[in-house]
Every structure is written in C-alpha cells, then in structure tokens.
Ligand binder design. Structure first.
Ligand SMILES: NC(=O)c1ccc[n+]([C@@H]2O[C@H](COP(=O)([O-])OP(=O)(O)OC[C@H]3O[C@@H](n4cnc5c(N)ncnc54)[C@H](O)[C@@H]3O)[C@@H](O)[C@H]2O)c1
Length: 335
C-alpha cells in the first residue's frame, strides 16, 4: 500500500486531532506531503511530530477555516512551498454538544457558529483549495460530512445536522462543476467515531449507539482515514460526487435512527405524541424509555416478543403484521 499517494501535495483541515490527524498520518505513510491546517497550532504541531516520527513530511499551517484570509493564506503557503497542490481534505468541524438543540430552543449564536465552521469553513477550504488544484492541472477533494445530515438521526443537534446536510450539497455540485477540469470531489460520512469530538458521549449513550451498529463497535479515526486515502488516490480515478459511508451503521440507510437524548424530559415526549420506529431500533428505544421510567401509555410492537416488552414494565400490544414499533405516549401524565 505504501506509495499510493506518493508525491501528492495535500492540505488537511482539522489535522490537529481526531480524523484529520489520522488522515495526516495515513496520507504521509502512503507517500503524501501533508499541510496540517488547524486553528489549534499546538495540536497541529503534535501531529507534525507524529508524521515526522514515521518518516513523513508535514507543514504546520495554523488557520481558522472560518476566516477567509487565513485559510487562503494557509493553502497558498503549501502550494508555494511545494510548487502546487494535488489533494484537499476539508475535514475541520465542531459539534457544540450541550448547546446545540432542537429548533425552538436553539440559540442563533450556536446555529451561526456551527454553520460558520462546518459549512462555510468547508466552502472556504474548497474555494481556495480548488483554486490551487486548478492551477496545478487537477486533483482530488475529500470533504467530511456526517450521517446526521442525511437521516435526521441526531435529534437535538439541529445546527450540526443542517451544517452537514449542506456539505452533501456542496460535494455533489462541486463534483459536477469541476469534473471536466480533472478535479474529483467526494465525501466521507463517518458514523460514531472515537475522537476528541465525541468525548461527551456517556457510557450509557455509547451502548445505545453501539446497539445500532451491525459491527458492534464505534469506528476509529484510522478507519475513516483509510477511506479518505482511497478517495484521494489514483485508485479512485472514476469516483466523483460520491459520499462514502464509513459508518458500519447499515441501519441508517434504510430508515431513521433515533437517539433519545439524555436531556429530553417528559415534556419533550408528550410533544412527540406518537413515535414510529423501524423494528431494528426498537430494543434500544425500549431500553432507554424503561431505564428512565418514562410514563409510556402503551407500545404497539412487532418483531419483539411482547413478553420482553412487558418484562421492562411497559404495557405492550403485539402487532405481527407491522415492521414498525409505535410508542404511544400518555398525554397528561407527568414526572
Ligand atoms: N467523531 C464522530 O463521531 C464524527 C461523526 C461524523 C462526522 N464527524 C465529522 O468529522 C470531522 C472530524 O471530526 P473529529 O471527530 O475528528 O473532530 P475533533 O474534534 O476530534 O477534531 C477536529 C479538529 O478540527 C479543528 N478545528 C475546529 N474548528 C476549526 C476551525 N474553525 N478552523 C480550523 N480547525 C478547526 C480542531 O482544532 C480539531 O483539531 C468533523 O467535520 C466532524 O463533524 C465526526
């Protein structure tokens, strides 16, 4: 595998930690020269040491992706240093856990900050990165999106989910924009991946997430980096406009994944009234409801033995013909 990215002049945003760091290390192992763009210079320096420790070549490029002059300057510095650019990985992102919320409670400032980094930051990275690729005669772009932008699978993360939905649009239109000029544009959608970004996830929430993942474990940043490396490489010459799931959460592709956030209260549930879930999500949802002792009126279920539901202290009705689970929340009952 070594050498697949030989000589590729690459910039990676968010290279200070998580997936960006893993990508920097992987790309360097495969022969790329890597420009490490991050607002956290100290973290980018650490990544540079790791790359150098593996015999790779890294350039630390401190920049905030939301500041056009900074990201333009960082890209230009790499292109000048190496005489051009071949690959752009637009990956930096934030998730304002504890501040992001559903729309009626979401502060405009939290929405704005999330959109600024996750969508405008990707746009600005692509704008200046692609200018450098055009000047170099072509290349590849890889953007990091998220399943939250496709499936509504992170209730209470409305700003984050929307920012990632925007990234999908940008990937696809840019793939069309630049195809004739030899620039491929693709994306990755990591599932739940163990990085500093997801440190806030509690052990209980992690178990709930894992129960939706057929491979039965979280993803690792190195596994996302491997897909990024493929998309950036000449092994993918006929791949553009694709968004590759590195999620191992196959269920996401056939229906919504619902996580009941810890901070949801009974009030939230009454507003929801009736929820309908695909059967594969039911055991987890039931476990969450039961563990919080929320007053659910009754559950119409299928593919889950009724006795299992009853054993959780919830009234249930079997419905063998349905592939869905309905949770009917009792109106008026309070906690
Ligand atoms: N971890 C997951 O489960 C997960 C799932 C789906 C998508 N993602 C996405 O993957 C990407 C990488 O996430 P991660 O988990 O590695 O995150 P992380 O928090 O571990 O690392 C993000 C990096 O981006 C940098 N950064 C943040 N704001 C910046 C800015 N304004 N300018 C420049 N750099 C900035 C940070 O300093 C940090 O080094 C993000 O776009 C994230 O939304 C993550």
């Amino acid at each position: 595998m070594a050498g697949r990215l030989e000589g590729k002049r690459t910039v990676i945003t968010g290279a200070g930690m998580g997936m960006g760091r893993a990508a920097a290390i992987r790309f360097a192992e495969e022969g790329a020269r890597v420009g490490l763009i991050d607002v956290n210079e100290e973290a980018a320096n650490e990544t540079a040491s790791m790359v150098a420790g593996g015999g790779g070549e890294a350039l630390v490029l401190p920049a905030d992706v939301t500041k056009e002059e900074q990201i333009a300057g960082a890209v230009e510095q790499a292109a000048v240093e190496w005489g051009g650019l071949d690959v752009v990985v637009a990956n930096a992102g934030i998730e304002l856990a504890g501040e992001d919320d559903r729309a009626d409670r979401l502060e405009l400032s939290v929405w704005q900050r999330t959109i600024d980094v996750n969508l405008t930051g990707i746009f600005l990275t692509c704008k200046h990165g692609i200018r450098a690729l055009l000047a170099s005669g072509g290349g590849a772009v890889v953007c990091t999106a998220s399943p939250t932008g496709l499936y509504g699978c992170a209730p209470g993360f409305d700003a984050y989910s929307t920012s990632k939905a925007g990234v999908y649009g940008l990937i696809r239109v840019m793939a069309a924009d630049y195809a004739k000029e030899g620039i491929r544009v693709n994306g990755v959608i990591p599932g739940y991946t163990k990085t500093p970004m997801t440190k806030w996830v509690t052990p209980e929430e992690e178990q709930a997430l894992i129960s939706t993942i057929p491979l039965g474990r979280p993803g690792q940043p190195e596994e996302v980096a491997a897909v990024m490396a493929f998309l950036a490489s000449d092994d993918a010459p006929y791949v553009t406009g694709a968004v590759w799931g590195t999620v191992a959460q196959i269920a996401l592709h056939v229906g919504p994944r619902i996580v009941v956030p810890e901070r949801w209260t009974w009030k939230d549930l009454t507003i929801c009234g009736t929820w309908t879930f695909r059967f594969y999500d039911a055991p987890r949802i039931l476990a969450q409801i039961a563990s919080r002792k929320l007053p659910v009126e009754r559950i119409v279920t299928s593919r889950i033995p009724v006795r299992e539901v009853v054993s959780r202290g919830i009234e249930a009705l079997g419905d063998p013909d349905s592939d869905q689970v309905k949770v009917l929340v009792a109106a008026g009952a309070g906690v």
